[in-house]
Design a protein around this ligand. Structure first.
Ligand code: HEM
Length: 395
């Protein structure tokens, strides 16, 4: 069966193609040495399997045909992915979880109100641009105790930093821009680390600097890579999750009315939206050794893409999976929107809180919120993130 993952039709609605793959080719060869897995039970199993690891550095080197560690942007990505594959990952988890959930929620609330104050008087805006994108960046800046506009345009720099994650290889000009952004961010955070060593606070940078377990500490380079990727991993995923949730609530008005009538359903609505249109729809692993899977031979070094959003629409795991249903009965299966196993998303709680608070704040402060032509919104042409180009709204 033929599959064009970059076609506008697939990007707009990948679910029928995924349903055919789950039926006919659950271990699908995208190209020699590159596999796509689509069934829930297979994806869940492989996310936990010791036969695969998250060797991003090798994948970059293989795709570009040279050692990419010489390029600043790849060096920073590689530092982080190597750390994420090591037991020292728990030091980052510890620092990220140091704040109480109630404090995080209050911080997100303040940030959402602060952003809305700027444009609420306009009567119309692109919510992607004025709200969904800046919110996670503002929250992370607050967590790190740095000013949003201190010296960098974090949103622009971060967009350049995530480019290597896209399916297309970088052009020479894109690589130059990404490297320049990486160096600016690196220098900025090195200076912040220097300041926090001198004068520690209760911010995340200070927590990462002192995080220690079993005599293990994070190196400064690891901390810097981690700080940069916190922006990169947290902003596109969360911004898209928020706009996808709003789109679904307007596309299915009876579900929006149900939510407004029963605000206690907010966390179910966000969970269901993340299942229905996962904003991080795919992840990948590298095969550590050769093995047979569902009758297919996977060789050591092969890339294995795991389609989380296909898994999330698998009827073997979810009743009526193509229905957006905020009162979905609790089934035994959990959505894989944040992954599963040892690389489960580090920002799952934060991302969920951000979307919940943003939806609640928008609906409360803008009771007449309207999105015109909600069924014709355009999707960004990317495979690794599922998000809208824009979300024009009126109130
Ligand atoms: C709704 C928003 C978000 C979604 C849907 C999402 C989804 C995901 C997914 C699917 C993965 C991949 C798991 C894997 O490869 O197995 C992941 C990993 C990750 N996420 Fe998130 N994420 C979100 C928000 C955030 C935020 C806010 C942060 C940070 C502040 C964050 C930081 C990370 C990091 C550092 C990883 C790598 C973890 C590892 O490889 O061990 N994410 N996320």
């Amino acid at each position: 069966m033929q599959l064009d993952l970059q076609s506008p039709e697939f990007i707009a609605n990948p679910y029928p193609a995924y349903a055919r793959l789950r039926e006919q080719a659950p271990v699908y060869q995208l190209e020699p040495g590159v596999w796509l897995i689509t069934r829930y039970h297979d994806v869940e199993h492989l996310l936990k399997s010791p036969l695969l690891n998250k060797d991003v550095p090798s994948m970059f080197n293989q795709r570009y045909g040279r050692n990419m560690n010489d390029e600043p942007v790849f060096r920073i990505h590689n530092n982080l992915w190597t750390l994420m594959d090591s037991p020292r990952r728990k030091l980052v988890v510890k620092a990220l979880n140091a704040r109480k959930i109630s404090e995080v929620r209050a911080l997100v609330q303040r940030s959402a109100e602060q952003l809305m104050d700027k444009w609420i008087g306009c009567g119309q805006a692109d919510l992607m641009n004025v709200f969904a994108c800046p919110l996670p960046v503002l929250v992370i800046c607050n967590m790190l105790d740095i000013e949003l506009e201190q010296s960098l345009d974090f949103l622009a720099e971060t967009k350049l930093m995530v480019k290597p994650g896209e399916p297309n290889l970088l052009t020479a000009a894109e690589l130059n821009d990404a490297n320049a952004a990486a160096l600016r961010l690196e220098e900025f955070f090195r200076e912040i680390c220097r300041q926090r060593r001198k004068q520690p606070g209760d911010d995340l940078v200070s927590q990462l600097l002192v995080a220690e377990e079993d005599g293990e500490r994070l190196s400064e380079d690891e901390i810097i890579s981690n700080l940069i990727i916190l922006f990169a991993a947290g902003y596109g995923t969360t911004a898209n999750a928020l706009c996808n949730t709003l789109r679904l609530l307007f596309l299915y008005p009876e579900q929006r009315e149900l939510l407004i009538a029963k605000p206690g359903l907010l966390s179910c609505a966000v969970e269901e939206s993340l299942r229905f249109n996962s904003s991080a729809p795919i992840t990948f692993r590298t095969a550590m050794e050769s093995f047979e899977f569902n009758g297919v031979q996977i060789a050591s070094g092969d890339a294995v893409y795991l389609a989380l959003d296909s898994a999330n629409h698998d009827p073997e795991a979810f009743v009526d999976p193509d229905r957006f249903w905020i009162e979905r009965p609790q089934t035994l299966k959990k959505s894989l929107a944040f992954g599963h196993g040892s690389h489960y998303c580090l920002g799952a709680k934060l991302g969920t809180i951000e979307v919940e608070v943003a939806v609640e704040t928008l609906f409360r402060r803008l009771p007449n919120l309207t999105i015109d032509n909600v069924d014709q919104l355009k999707w960004e042409q990317t495979w690794v993130l599922r998000g809208l180009k824009s979300l024009p709204a009126r109130w």
